[in-house]
Write a protein that binds this ligand. Structure first.
Ligand code: DNO
Length: 345
């Protein structure tokens, strides 16, 4: 495995030099953040980012994310232009040494939580998703914002997008995803870039919008849409594991044996019966996921892709981007390193 850490670029309050000091840290996971979704990333911006990462003593080999334009997910006639741009981004990133691109196919919103600073009993702050809070949320007011979301939508754009998605079924989403994969995968293979789709988070339709990267049946279907090793998964334990229908150790075993996991996001969640969940420390016993079993399975199956500790709590007075502080994610990386090493004894 190759240990990695997400860094949000020059505006990130977490200093890249500090990331370098986490034991066994190899790669930075980042992106060009200020180019609008669907456009081509200028080569000089990619080169600049690569230089910054390498000057800090880290590798520039994973991108999260190259976002997919809504016209592609909606299957609109205008999608071809955006698909061409996407292909060009893959070529450029491959040339710069990128080996893995993480992306998602969630309509409109990326990951969703109902509160970003819930105080846990130990005084830390965590991201949570409470069903009763969710029921009161209305995305169409334009007031909702999460760090993972594209904040450029205006109220009116959102309303239009919701209208457009109102007739899009799960079958349509799969057809649109296949059209996209058929176009981009030959370029990814030629560029030696593994594509790693991120599951929907949470893994079921939300705000009436369809979601398809959710469960074993759909993951199998996704992998068959373009049946090639390079068409793979970002296996996010917290996204798939925040509900009772996904058995995470089983799925990690299945897809890592198939060689289709290119990127692991390891995070723990504590699930409640009503479907609510809280993000906890990575330490297994604090949440509902058996993290040590998951890491052991990866080790046993010879996993050699990238791993990053996903979302951390805010601890030790740190402030910053919710889920993406330095300290708790560094503890998570160290915990995963320990579990990995322990299986060698
Ligand atoms: C959440 C992240 C997601 C992820 C995208 C990938 O913290 O894991 O925002 O980056 O869904 O496209």
């Amino acid at each position: 495995m190759k240990m990695s850490f997400r860094w949000y670029g020059y505006d990130d309050p977490v200093k890249i030099g500090y990331i370098r000091q986490i034991p066994n840290m190899e790669s930075i996971v980042t992106a060009v953040y200020d180019v609008p979704v669907g456009e081509v990333w200028p080569e000089e911006r990619i080169a600049e980012l690569k230089k910054t990462v390498e000057d800090a003593g880290l590798k520039f080999d994973v991108i999260e994310s190259v976002p997919v334009h809504e016209d592609i997910k909606l299957g609109k006639p205008t999608r071809d232009r955006y698909i061409e741009n996407y292909k060009e981004n893959i070529r450029r990133l491959g040339k710069a040494g990128i080996k893995c691109i993480c992306y998602n196919f969630m309509p409109v919103f990326d990951w969703t939580r109902t509160q970003l600073d819930k105080e846990l009993s130990d005084g830390s702050n965590a991201l949570v998703y409470y069903k009763d809070q969710l029921e009161k949320m209305d995305p169409l007011t334009g007031e909702l914002a999460l760090p993972g979301w594209d904040s450029s939508y205006k109220k009116e754009d959102l309303k239009n997008l919701f209208d457009e998605y109102s007739t899009v079924t799960e079958e349509d989403m799969f057809a649109n995803l296949k059209y996209f994969l058929d176009a981009i995968m030959p370029v990814a293979i030629e560029s030696d870039v593994k594509m790693a789709i991120h599951p929907d988070d949470p893994p079921y339709p939300i705000f009436g919008l369809p979601r398809i990267i959710t469960c074993e049946k759909n993951l199998d279907r996704f992998l068959k849409l373009y049946d090639h090793e390079y068409n793979g998964l970002t296996f996010c334990t917290g996204s798939l594991g925040c509900c009772d229908f996904n058995d995470i150790p089983y799925l990690v075993d299945k897809y890592s044996k198939q060689g289709r996991i290119h990127f692991m996001h390891i995070r723990n969640v504590k699930n409640y019966e009503d479907g609510s969940f809280e993000e906890t420390a990575h330490f297994g016993a604090y949440g509902s996921l058996d993290i040590k079993k998951i890491v052991k399975i990866l080790k046993t199956n010879g996993f050699d892709g990238f791993i990053r500790p996903d979302h951390g709590r805010m601890i030790w007075g740190e402030t910053g981007r919710p889920g993406y502080g330095l300290y708790d994610r560094a503890l998570g990386a160290t915990y995963i390193n320990g579990l990995w090493e322990a299986t060698e004894i």
